[in-house]
Design a protein around this ligand. Structure first.
Ligand code: NAI
Ligand code: CS2
Length: 486
């Protein structure tokens, strides 16, 4: 390893990985910003330490065509800039062996790669919606347009679920063992959701195939954590200024990282633990802790922050009222709903999250986190809300977050400017606003979306009233007022 010091408290760390010795033993679907700064980097650091051959083949199904072209031009290497409040470390990733894209190569090429015998793990960062699951039931959403297509054309799939099932079918047909499917998305019990979607899809095609998959594949759950804002031209310019390298595939993130993995692999697995990952028997408590405390308060800051005029999370954190609200969300609304292994210090965790959110070097847009709320809200607030309703305890900030989301998806900010709302249910939201008129009707129409809300909420009159009043208050007085006055 060579270490070069450059000005501005920046350290550039190259690696000494010879990619020639790598084999594609992991096929990763979703070459987004997060994977580049998390699993690919862990794997790179691990290979450097133990000289193993766990190479990755990167696949992107829904975007990434240009990025993958550029990645190929630089021998599948790129930079990760870890940006602390006072210093930066820039690392070179060398764990990627090859890449495939349906538009640059073919669907067949991807399926054939996944079916290669030495491939042991299919990992995924495909966003919450990529699982084609109904997040309220945890089962495959058979009304999803990708799933409808893939059931009719199983050998020409569109969805990640369709690709995995077809690759497993090929392996079974060829007498090759299954593989492990490792979700690295912010999805509650992500391995179980992946399993339900994959087995649900396979059983609609062929019951015997579904049985074979159940016996020959595994679906480890993981808890993944590292704040990785979407890459912008400014990100790339800054990395170039710091490193002297013009890298179109570079990504910036916070210094913190965490990866807790259920140790359940059918064809072996990399020793990611030698570079800080943890293998455990049960990841679910850690997933719940992160989804409720980190992601729940993130969504709160995203909706109320965006409406309050804050572009970045760190900007919202400069407002004491938002900062205190985020802390109360973590400790009073979320931590008390958790059941953690002995020795877990949730208060310490909450304060560390506040510090991470405050990092002014991270340009993490409230707009980015606000996307896909229909997929995020059930996992971040659903169980906590039920807990408070059952225990008669305060759920104030959760209601404010949900009411803020309902205002946000109206698509107009407090100055009357259009909001670019990104969500698979964006049409449903527009219909609600086109038809329903009174705040109570609007709130009830949102609560009636079964894939987001437990339908018992609709008959809880005191909850509906509180939510409606909060919704009205945010609309009348603005997000800043509501966060400051509560
Ligand atoms: P990104 O926008 O850079 O990449 C999204 C990736 O998902 C792209 O590769 C895209 O092609 C793929 N994708 C989108 N819809 C899909 C679909 N229906 N089927 C298959 N693939 C699909 O986003 P980023 O930052 O990489 O985040 C991706 C996911 O990683 C998040 O949704 C979250 O679950 C997880 N994550 C992200 C963190 C972050 O801070 N960015 C941290 C922890 C987890
Ligand atoms: C964020 C997460 O975009 C979002 O919804 O809450 O991506 C968050 O940055 C990560 O989970 C941090 O690990």
């Amino acid at each position: 390893m060579s270490i070069t010091k450059v000005p501005l408290k920046t350290m550039v760390i190259d690696n000494q990985i010879n990619q020639e010795i790598l084999k594609t033993r992991i096929v990763h679907i979703g070459f987004g910003a997060f994977h580049r700064a998390h699993q690919a980097l862990y794997t790179s650091e691990m290979i450097e330490k133990n000289q193993s051959d766990w190479g990755i083949c990167e696949v992107d199904l829904f975007s990434g065509r240009e990025l993958i072209k550029k990645l190929r031009l630089q021998n599948h290497r790129y930079l990760v800039a870890e940006k602390g409040a006072n210093e930066n470390t820039i690392k070179m990733v060398g764990s990627i062996k090859e890449s495939l894209h349906p538009e640059l190569d073919s669907k067949q090429a991807i399926l054939e790669k996944m079916a290669e015998e030495q491939v042991a793990i299919i990992s995924m960062t495909i966003t919450e919606k990529g699982y084609c699951a109904d997040h309220s039931t945890g089962l495959l959403d058979q009304t999803n347009s990708l799933i409808i297509h893939d059931l009719q054309n199983p050998s020409e799939p569109h969805s990640a679920i369709g690709y995995i099932v077809e690759a497993l079918r090929l392996r079974r047909e060829r007498g090759i063992n299954g593989f492990s499917i490792m979700s690295c998305d912010n999805v509650q019990e992500n391995g179980h959701i992946a399993k339900a979607a994959i087995l649900g899809f396979a059983s609609l095609l062929d019951a015997d195939l579904a049985k074979w998959i159940e016996n020959n594949a595994s679906f480890p759950c993981t808890m993944v954590d590292r704040i990785v804002p979407a890459v912008t031209p400014e990100t790339l310019n800054e990395i170039e200024a710091l490193s002297g390298i013009n890298d179109p595939c570079a990504v910036a993130c916070e210094p913190f990282r965490q990866w807790v993995i259920e140790d359940n692999f059918v064809q072996g697995r990399p020793d990611w633990n030698i570079v800080g990952a943890e293998f455990v028997e049960d990841v679910v408590p850690f997933e719940e802790m992160k989804l409720r405390m980190l992601n729940g308060s993130h969504s709160f800051l995203a909706y109320l922050g965006y409406l309050g005029g804050y572009t970045y999370i760190s900007d919202a954190m400069t407002n004491e009222a938002y900062r205190n609200a985020a802390l109360e969300m973590m400790l009073k609304m979320q931590a008390i709903t958790l059941n953690m292994p002995e020795g877990t210090n949730l208060e310490e965790y909450a304060y560390s999250l506040i510090e991470r959110f405050t990092n002014p070097s991270l340009k993490h847009q409230t707009w980015q986190i606000a996307a896909d709320g229909s997929q995020k809200i059930p996992q971040r607030f659903g169980a906590s809300l039920q807990f408070h309703l059952e225990h008669n305890s305060s759920y104030k900030w959760i209601v404010i977050a949900i009411a803020g989301w309902m205002q946000y998806v109206k698509g107009l900010d407090e100055k009357g400017n259009t909001i670019d709302v990104r969500d698979p249910l964006v049409k449903t939201f527009a219909e609600i606003y086109a038809i329903e008129k009174s705040p109570e009707e609007i709130v009830k129409a949102f609560l009636s979306i079964e894939s987001i809300f437990d339908q018992s909420l609709l008959s809880n009159t005191s909850f509906v009233e509180t939510l409606t009043n909060t919704y009205i208050l945010i609309g009348d007085q603005g997000a800043n007022f509501v966060v400051s006055e509560q």
